[in-house]
Each structure stands twice: as C-alpha cells, then as structure tokens.
Design a protein around this ligand. Structure first.
Ligand SMILES: N[C@@H](CC=O)C(=O)O
Length: 361
C-alpha cells in the first residue's frame, strides 16, 4: 500500500475500542487519526479519557495517548478527517443505527462491531473466511443510501465465532442440527475481574439476548443474496445456551451435531486443519495462517492456554467424538475480543480494502 489509509475509532475508550487501538497503532495499512467517544470524553487526551480503565497488555501507545478525543456525534468534522471508521459504541440500538448510517451517508465506510445493523437486509455480516461473497451486497446498500463510497459492514456476535467455522467447514455433509452451549469470558461484557468482582469463583447462566444471536446470526452468514437482500438460510437448526464463566478472555463452546451424511472423524479432522478462505488466499495482514487447528489432547482446547492461538485470530477444536443423541460432539474456542470483536472487524476492513470497497479519499 503506497500510503496508509486514515482511520477513526468511534467508541475508542471501551474494551473493544481499546483492542482496536492495540491492533491498529502499528498496522501496515492503517493510520489511526481520530479517536471519538461520548461527549464526556470529548476534549480530553486519550490518556485522560481512559485513566484507570486501560485493560490491554501493552502500554497506551505514546502518539495515541496524546490524541484529543472527539465527540462521536460530530459526524461532519470526523468524516472530513478519515478514509473509514471502526465503530464499537455503547448506546441504544436506534441511536447506533442512526449514527452508523450518518457516517455512511457522509461517504465514510463503517466497519462495525455493534449489533444494531446486523439485521439490516443489505448490510453484510461477515466472517471473512466464510462469506466474503456477501460483500457484493454493498452496491445495493450504496444505492439505497445514495452514496458513492459510504456503506456499513458488520461483524457477527463473538459467541458464534468458534462453532460457525467448524460447522461451515463440514457443510458438504449437510449438517441438520446443532446444539451448542457457550462458556463466555467476562471481557465479552466489557468487564475485568476488578470491575466485576462477583464473577470471581462464579458462573452465571444468563447473558441477555445472547442465545437468540447465537441461534440466528449464523443463518444470515449462510444466507444468499436475492433481490438486493441477504436471505437467511434455514438449516442447520441451532439451539444455544450461553453461560458467563469466570475467565478473563476467550469463549469456549461445547457442541453436538447431526448430519444428513455422517462423515468419518479422520475426514473431519483433516478438513478442519486444512480449511482456508479469502483472507489466507489474499495474505491479509491480520489473517491467521491456519484458521482452525484440531488438538488431539483430551483436555484441549483450554480457554487460558489456547485463546491466543494465531494471535487470537484462529479457532482451536478438540474432542470430536461419537454422541448418544447426535452424530458427534466436540469443543471449540475463539478469542472473544480479538477474532470475536476488534480483530474480526480489522480483518473485515482488510478484506474490504483488498477488494476495493475501502479506498483513500
Ligand atoms: N455479547 C457478548 C460479546 C460478544 O460480542 C458477550 O457478552 O460475551
């Protein structure tokens, strides 16, 4: 890339915003030129705005710490500074939908971590290794919005990022039923053990809205573009239970699955280990080299040991075995704030850049 694209982070102070900063401050294609959040932070330096709340393993990069925060609703001024934005804000859904659409209409591509636009029919919800062909819907979205450059693309919920790749890799065997229980880390709720001490030594069997997302979002990812809309798939049927557990990062899932054509276990393992998609083909900067890794040990993957596989961008799978009710059961793991949030969004932006949807102004 000749010169770096100028990027803004809308919602830079939250847990996902902080992850964006740790991933983007030395990115080969992107230069962070704007940080925005609520009016409360506007006018402060980033250092001041996140004082006592920075929860990343690196120090706040020097240049970023000194940047002056802007008000996220200042769409006109921010749009003039950037080539595109990442958006991860904590607001009600209607406000987020309006905010993202305002940036898109100001000719700024928006790559969003929020759920507000996931069900907008012409907004692609993308896992780059699975449904890169959904980016084609952007032409129809631009027509609706009346834009030349601006559009919205979103990433799905973090809870689905471990099992959807596995089920997708096995699609030729026609999966019919998937029963999943997720064991989700506290960073998914934007928390640490300091800010959520009740979670130490605890398990909470409820995460609002999570089970619906875990059952429905995969169906849009496996959907087809018809008449300028993404029409959701109807199979496999997914039943999900989502549980909050005392882990800092990493969402593990225990899955049972049935197929129309039951595969052999050794075929499954070889398919998972060799699966690759567009990010690997295009050698995108944040792409894991090996997207999925099957672990042979009985006690793997483990959240703490395996969540950083491929810099937190890969999926680890293990214990694929016969089940009494379904054909098979297995466990799988992905990092919720890397692949499941900021990292997944950065990979989408890289794909959009490589495919010519995000360009320099
Ligand atoms: N809603 C999730 C976050 C994923 O995006 C969670 O609560 O873990």
């Amino acid at each position: 890339m000749e010169s770096k694209l100028r990027v803004g982070i809308i919602g830079a102070t939250g847990m996902v915003g902080q992850r964006f900063i740790s991933l983007l401050h030395d990115h080969p294609w992107y230069d962070v030129v704007c940080l925005a959040a609520s009016p409360r932070s506007a006018g402060k330096s980033y250092n001041e705005a996140v004082k006592g709340r920075w929860a990343q393993s690196i120090e706040i990069p020097e240049k970023i710490g000194k940047m002056t925060m802007m008000d996220a609703s200042n769409v006109e001024e921010i749009s003039a500074m950037v080539d595109f934005v990442f958006c991860a804000v904590d607001m009600d859904k209607k406000t987020i939908r309006e905010l993202e659409e305002a940036y898109a209409k100001a000719e700024v591509p928006v790559v969003s971590n929020n759920s507000a636009n996931r069900w907008t029919e012409d907004v692609p919800m993308v896992i780059p290794e699975i449904n890169d062909e959904h980016l084609k819907i952007i032409d129809a979205q631009r027509k609706r919005l009346g834009t030349k450059r601006g559009f919205i693309a979103v990433k799905p919920n973090c809870s689905i990022q471990s099992y959807v790749p596995v089920v997708n890799a096995l699609k030729k065997y026609k999966p019919t039923k998937v029963n999943v229980c997720t064991y989700q880390a506290i960073s998914g709720a934007g928390k640490t053990f300091d800010s959520w001490p009740e979670m130490v030594d605890n398990v909470i069997p409820y995460i609002g809205g999570e089970e619906e997302k875990s059952e429905q979002e995969p169906m849009k990812i496996w959907g087809k573009i018809e008449n300028d809309k993404i029409v959701s798939a109807t199979e496999p049927v997914i039943s999900a239970q989502c549980i909050r557990v005392a882990a800092a990062d990493g969402h593990l899932a225990a899955v049972s699955i049935s197929f129309e054509e039951k595969p052999e276990v050794n075929e499954v393992i070889s398919i998972l280990n060799s699966y690759s998609g567009k990010p690997q083909e295009l050698k995108l900067p944040s792409a894991p080299k090996q997207f999925m890794k099957y672990m042979e040990e009985d006690n793997r993957p483990q959240t703490k040991i395996d969540r950083n596989y491929e810099n937190g961008m890969g999926v680890t799978v293990g214990r694929f075995r016969e089940d009494n009710l379904y054909d098979y059961k297995f466990v799988c793991l992905s990092h919720n704030t890397l692949r499941g949030a900021a990292g997944g969004a950065v990979l989408i932006a890289e794909l959009l850049t490589a495919e010519g949807y995000i360009t320099a102004k």
